[in-house]
Design a protein around this ligand. Structure first.
Ligand code: SAM
Length: 222
């Protein structure tokens, strides 16, 4: 096992190196992921078919701005598969503000993830109204956006203008089919990136194939 910058671990499972995070709540599983003990620490294997952030890491993400003690605003948390790994990475001194507007998945998220993790603050709100997130205080280091909406880039920018610190990072998942099914995916990504250019330096764009079709993650610095 090797430790890469202290936030992602690579563990050999069945002869293959897989990304993993140090389990913040030992013994606790979130989505039936494999738990692996190494000496007296427990790691959760991070499945790239279930989490786009894991897919981006495997596909060559150059900078993972989410590190120990980071303050993260996460939009579109769903049932919390990815957010649980983000919670592992930031650790007990970090914090993850998790926004979700659908009460059905949010309930699942509360039961399976937020209830067990002291560094998660659930926010049942529409990401279009960041002024309604009353529990977010100060600025955050990273805004992670995975809401699969046609206007997701505008929503991401609004949230960054409200909460992201200068020099902080935006990680934006672009699902090309939810923006326009009739257009070429590469063209869509290009036009979404253009919307970011007045306020951000785009650092990298990572295609998530073969883990996710028609998805990319854009990493940009504010
Ligand atoms: N990020 C999750 C993961 O990796 O485990 C998957 C997110 S899923 C693709 C998109 C989620 O965004 C859905 O749960 C949906 O309800 C939520 N969502 C969509 N529009 C939203 C909005 N305007 N405000 C808050 N959440 C939204």
């Amino acid at each position: 096992m090797e430790n890469d910058e202290g936030n992602i671990f690579w563990i050999k499972v069945d002869g293959e190196k897989k990304p993993a995070t140090l389990n913040l709540v030992p013994g606790n599983q979130v989505y039936k992921e494999k738990l692996v003990k190494v000496k007296d620490e427990e790691f959760r294997i991070w499945d790239p078919f279930r989490s786009k952030l894991a897919a981006a890491i495997i596909n060559g993400l150059e900078i993972l701005p989410i590190v120990r003690k980071s303050k993260v605003l996460y939009l579109g948390v769903s049932t919390g598969t990815t957010a649980s790994h983000v919670s592992d990475i930031v650790g007990p001194s970090g914090i993850v503000f998790c926004v979700e507007h659908a009460s059905r998945v949010a309930r699942d998220f509360l039961d399976r993830v937020a209830a067990h993790r002291s560094n998660i603050v659930p926010i049942l709100q529409d990401a279009r109204n960041p002024k309604q997130y009353f529990s977010v205080y100060g600025t955050v280091d990273v805004v992670y956006v995975d809401i699969a909406q046609p206007d997701q880039t505008e929503i991401a920018i609004l949230n960054c203008k409200t909460f992201l610190k200068k020099g902080g990072y935006l990680m934006l998942v672009i699902k090309t089919r939810s923006i326009d099914v009739t257009k070429d995916p590469a063209q869509i990504i290009k036009s979404e990136i253009k919307k970011l250019s007045p306020d951000f330096d785009v650092i990298q764009e990572i295609d998530l194939y073969p883990y996710d079709k028609d998805h990319a993650i854009v990493l940009a610095k504010y």
